[in-house]
Design a protein around this ligand. Sequence first.
Ligand SMILES: Nc1ncnc2c1ncn2[C@@H]1O[C@H](COP(=O)(O)OP(=O)(O)O)[C@@H](O)[C@H]1O
Ligand SMILES: [Mg+2]
Length: 286
Amino acid sequence: MKRNWKEMFEKFYDLERNPFNLTPDPSLFFFSEGHEEALSRLMYSVKQRKGMVVLTGEVGAGKTTVVRKFIDSLGSSFDVVLIFNTFLSPKQLMETILMDLDIPHKQSYSKARMIRLLYDYLIEQRRLAKTVVLIIDEAQNLSPGVLEEVRMLTNLETETEKLLQIVLVGQPELKDLLLRRDMRQLKQRVFLHYHLSFLSHNEACSYIQHRLRRSGGNPDNIFTVEAIELIARASNGVPRLMNLIADNSLITGFARQERPISVSTVEEVLTEMGYDVKLGESLWEG
Ligand SMILES: Nc1ncnc2c1ncn2[C@@H]1O[C@H](COP(=O)(O)OP(=O)(O)O)[C@@H](O)[C@H]1O
Ligand SMILES: [Mg+2]
């Protein structure tokens, strides 16, 4: 039943798929100035084997999406370990890395032995001209013990370069964490820190149109210009919020058989979502 409904609204708006799905889908990637910059800096650091980089940004800014796109853009000469479960112990971190890289090991091995295995593996990959990348998302949740482990991993190097490329991704708290006095050793290992901002108003409007087009639709037939501008304004350029508002607007618009969707429909959707349109209040509570 739910599926039929979805098919009906996609048909009504002449779409091939839901344009505002919340999964970070690289094929829908929108190159805002910030997202492009984040991506190119990650690329540069990893390709030049600079060691450790940090990407921060508010919730919903698109960090995980950048990571997906980044992994997608790395060729076959890169071996990527992506960790999202940040509530790990230092030993579990090592186990996860070995497991993901298919390095034979036993759970009973000591951590030091595991690091030795990783080191041998990294040397071998280097010989094969392969780059190994460890990406940790939601890194603001890492315990001090695991962060210390990450610091130790940055010590794996030859005279000239870092053997393991590390990308730490997280909310702004990650930056505060690195600024702590007991973290200064780790902070000194960071080659580059990039903060991903929200989209500007113009970028936000283009983002909505881009996702509609990429989903097979013609933006002009789906939302009025004013409706798109209101979504951009109310969301403060936060991609996740834009998706939520636009998605709800499509559902309400379809229920009313409205095409293109008007600014008053979006206003009602915003009110339903608990937003006071009259006050010009933004949904974003940074
Ligand atoms: N540059 C972008 N292009 C396309 N979609 C994006 C972009 N940035 C964010 N999004 C969308 O916004 C939502 C939130 O992004 P996400 O990467 O999960 O944010 P974060 O990890 O910073 O909390 C996702 O649904 C994603 O599809
Ligand atoms: Mg994320």
